[in-house]
Each structure stands twice: as C-alpha cells, then as structure tokens.
Design a binder for this molecule. Structure first.
Ligand code: PLP
Length: 374
C-alpha cells in the first residue's frame, strides 16, 4: 500500500501558507501579552454572572442562535434578518467564502493588513490580489488601484477599517468610491470599530454590495469565547444562511456570555475609554524614544518603527523580560505592533523597550518612515 497525502489533499490547498504568528504565554501572570490585540480586561460583571450561572452544557444551543442574533442586531442597529454569526470573525469569513468563491475567483486585499484574509480565501480556491497601501505614515488606500484591479472574476474587496496592523482609519469617501466603482462585494472589517468610534453601517444600508464584519473579541474582551458576526446585504442572506454552520459554530455558553456582555455596554465603553486614553499615552511615549516613530492608530494597538533594520534583537530582549509584541517581515521588518494593555502593562512595555534600545551595541540608524510596499 502506498499512501500519498499529496494525492489526497486538495491541490490548491497545498501551497497555502499557514497563519502561524508566534505564540506568547496565555496563563503566565507575569507575562505582558501585547501581541494579539486582545482586551486586557476580564469579563464584565454581567458576563461573569452568565458564565458562572451556566448549567446546560448537555443541551445544544438554539439552532439559529435566535436570541444572540437579535442581541447583536440590536447592538448594531440593524435587522436580525441581515446578521449571521460565527465562532469568531474567521468563521464568518469562511461562511462567506463557502457561499461565494469558485476556484479562480479573485479577492482584493491591501497589505499590510490582517494576515488571515489571504490564506483563508486561498483555501477556498481564490486568487488573492494585493493592492498595497501607500507608504507610512499615511498608509493610504490605493482606491484607483483597487478599482483598476477589480474585474469580472473579482468577488470581493476587503477593506480593514481601522486597518490591522497599521491602525489606519480610512476616509468614508475612499471606501464609498470603491463601493460605487466595483461590481462585486465590498467587505468592511470593523473588528476595531469601537476603538475608532466610526462605523459604516450607513454604507451597508445604502449600497446593495456591502458587508460589515464585527466581533466581540476586541472591545468586549471575548476573544476566547469566539463570537464574531457579519451584517450582510439582504439579497445575499438566503445563500449565506445556507453556507453557515449549524448553531453558527457558537457554543451555548459563548452565546450566553455574549448576550450578557451586550447588556453591560456602559462597563465595556468605560474599558474602551481607558484603552483609548492609554493608546494616546503609549503613542506619545513611543515617539519620545530616540529613533522610534509611532503611527497614529484608531484601534487598540499601535504600530511603530524602530531605528534598526531588523526588530528581532529587540523582541528577543523584550521576550527575555516577558513582554510580547508582534514582529513583522518584509516592508515592516523594522516595525513592531503592540496592543494597548492595562496602564501598568503599557508602562512595563515602554520601560523594557527603552532598555532594549539602549542595550543595542550597534549605533542607532537614523529612522526613516517605513514604506508599506514589500
Ligand atoms: C482585522 C481583524 N479582523 C478579524 C479578526 C478576528 O477576529 P475574531 O477573533 O472575531 O476571529 C482580527 C483579529 O485579530 C482582526 O485583526
């Protein structure tokens, strides 16, 4: 018997790169984990209560997650008929891909952006085209480039707003111009919208080709519970529902915690205010470090460039001091991204970064703004 995995595995999957960023410790209380854009806050009081009161793990969740969908729709201010959920946004992307992508269809992204898009849509047979952002510090969307790249095979343009990892908030006019000038879906990923205070639900209401992606992972601090959702054009919903997994892949306890969180919005908004305040402090203190340039961010993280060609020795130093941030290759090879954590975590990070820079044996290079093109 000869068993060949390569013969069994679908051919277009074989070259797809795995999404595999480094892993920092989750449960080490001494670790300052700023590499995953998580909320540093625990569950809100009502969510904690719902979590602790949960007793029905032997029962399936409601098949259509009716109550959760209603709560999400109410939070966003839209009709439940336009909302589907998933075990995190990645799961909602998968539902969209199942419903829309034939092998060879095209998806347009703008790098540097969220690393999951490429691999996930490639797994479904899409050709993912990159129309890169402009250079730092603006990281502008190349609106004309996106419109020119869209063609009869293009199914989807993804606009990440605010963008991960740059933190950039694109202008409404730029996004609207893309929507008006392509004959395909335009998905606006608003995973960090609560930190920018900007959502384009109005565009999703106005145009028939717009999807909004939202998640409870970031502002609501439910990354581990995995609850993301999308607001879809009504005309697409019958197919999106068909492609979605039973229960939307959301466990009953996650649904219960999510609904309770949405009853605790004052608490969550106060957490967001704290992080937005800390984002300003972190940005200012990074810019005060010699040779460091922090880019304005509308999200719960800050991207900054360092006066080095390769950030590895810096992250080695930080990790030796149990501080974890995200490192990049390519055009962002001299950049790091740090989530905004609790005030004391941010202080630990800023102190450690200052020490790391001071400890570099090579003289500091002068810092030039980073181009976004790899
Ligand atoms: C832009 C963007 N979209 C989606 C996600 C994934 O969110 P979820 O935890 O809901 O899968 C992330 C996570 O970092 C993100 O940065």
């Amino acid at each position: 018997m000869t068993f060949s995995p390569e013969r069994i595995v679908r051919q277009h999957i074989q070259p797809v790169a795995r999404y595999a960023p480094g892993v920092s410790p989750i449960d080490d209380p001494a670790a300052v984990r700023l590499d995953w854009n998580e909320s540093p806050f625990g569950l809100s009081p009502k969510a904690r209560e719902a979590h602790d009161a949960y007793r029905s793990g032997n029962r399936y969740p409601a098949i259509d997650q009716h109550d959760l969908i209603a709560a999400l729709a109410n939070y966003i201010g839209t009709s439940p008929d336009r909302v589907i959920a998933g075990a995190g946004l990645d799961d909602v992307f998968t539902t969209l891909a199942i419903a829309t992508i034939n092998p060879g269809d095209e998806v347009i992204i703008s790098n540097p952006t969220f690393g999951v898009y490429r691999g996930l849509f490639e797994l479904h047979g899409a050709r993912v085209l990159d129309v890169p952002l402009g250079p730092a510090p603006d990281f502008a969307l190349d609106v004309d480039g996106i419109i020119a790249a869209a063609n009869g095979r293009t199914k989807l343009v993804i606009v990440c707003n605010p963008n991960n990892p740059t933190g950039t908030l694109y202008s409404r006019d730029d996004i609207a111009r893309i929507i008006e000038n392509v004959d395909c879906l335009v998905a606006i990923d608003e995973a960090y919208a609560e930190f920018s205070g900007v959502s384009h639900l109005d565009l999703a209401n106005q145009y028939p080709n717009v999807i909004l992606f939202r998640t409870l992972s970031k502002f609501a601090g439910l990354a581990g519970y995995r609850v993301g959702y999308g607001i879809f054009p009504e005309a697409l919903m019958p197919w999106i529902r068909r492609a979605a997994p039973a229960f939307f892949n959301i466990s009953a306890i996650s649904a219960a915690v999510a609904m309770a969180s949405l009853q605790d919005l004052d608490h969550l908004r106060a957490n967001v205010d704290t992080l937005v305040g800390e984002r300003g402090r972190v940005t200012a203190e990074l810019n005060a470090l010699p040779g460091v340039v922090a880019y304005d961010s509308a999200a719960n993280f800050v991207l900054f460039s360092l006066p080095v060609e390769n950030s590895r020795p810096i992250t080695d130093y930080l990790e030796a001091h149990k501080v974890y941030v995200r490192r990049y290759g390519g055009a962002l090879g001299n950049c790091l991204r740090a989530s905004v954590g609790l005030p004391e975590e941010n202080t630990t990070f800023l102190d450690a970064l200052g020490e790391a820079l001071a400890s570099l044996s090579t003289p500091l290079m002068s810092n030039t703004p980073t181009g976004a093109r790899a």
